[in-house]
Ligand binder design. Sequence first.
Ligand code: PLP
Length: 397
Amino acid sequence: MVAATRPDLIARLAAQTAARADSQLPRSLRTIDHADGPWLQLGGHRLLSFCSNDYLGLAQHPQLAAALKRVASDEGVGSTSAHLICGHRAEHAELEEALAVWTGRERALLFSTGYMANLGVLQTLLAKGDVCVQDKLNHACLLDGARLAGAELKRYPHADVDAAARQLASAHAAAALLATDGVFSMDGDTAPLRQLAGLCRREHTTLMVDDAHGLGVVGERGAGSVQAAGLSQHDVPLLMATLGKALGCSGAFVAGPAALIEGLIQFSRPYIYTTAMPPALAAAALEAVRLAQSECWRRDKLAALIARFRRGATELGLPLMASTSAIQPLLLGRAEDALAATRALEAQGLWVSAIRPPTVPTGQARLRITLSAAHEEIHVDRLLAALETLGLPRSAG
Ligand SMILES: *Cc1c(COP(=O)(O)O)cnc(C)c1O
């Protein structure tokens, strides 16, 4: 009777969940009743939030909402099918064209989420026997994509170009792809893109940049980290970014040479076997692209808020990290300290998320503070005043 000893999968999962609840690491869902710019209403409380990725303050822009409503009224809500069946609409095509032009790429291809875009790219390009070299702090979906592809995944210490070079050199006969976040999601710093591009050129390696946190925020007219680094499609043939962060929508795209995009359409399973994003959402994202390009004041305002926060935090001796982006983490170390800080901030009407392992390495729990053009100076000052009351560890510097 082998079957009688077979473990029950849900019971095993429940045991894992219980073990996590005993640690400092359980994750919990909280339902927001209403969002009004950076203000969130939950359970009768109104909290000033510093945890959204709405860096340009576009998520609630009336022009985005109007585009969404217009196309939903005219075309319906759902796309009704995958892109390759009958789900690919004029709104998708127009958005893809605008994204390609903005990022200086030959073509762009929409995916329903960034997670799927990264799985789709890596699973299509890489096979068993290939090497995928990645920064240790890359987003989870880049790591998962390399694993799904069956490629050999080598992770180099954060931003260590020499270590990446050694990893590539040790596998010099294999086809290789090097993938990095443009702006790192939990640290807020920027990848050494120019050095990585030089390395990839010497090593005949395809460079992929995930610019989820750079597009819209950095570069000329918000064209992103790759543009800001002065790199072209030739240097970075694989550019991926999302529509759910600075653009305030949802979805993602991959941009690059026509041969890449054609190949993804043929072979990328997360592209082929899923329902196309709603055309109304594509129309809203196109509106967001136009605003992100033309309204430079949003980037200027965000930069001023970032500078104000860093100046204030430095004066208070807070444990800032080396970030100039909208992501301004305070490194606290222990998970319980990060949790306690979040709770104390909430008691003062502020919502800042505690990021704990396994999202970040053990001993590097932090408050992940994000700023947005939707914030005002008084909001930043209020955050600083609250942080001052917490008695956080002072920075080493
Ligand atoms: C958010 C994020 C993704 C995933 O994008 P979604 O559209 O939210 O699935 C991928 N990469 C990075 C670096 C991200 O921050």
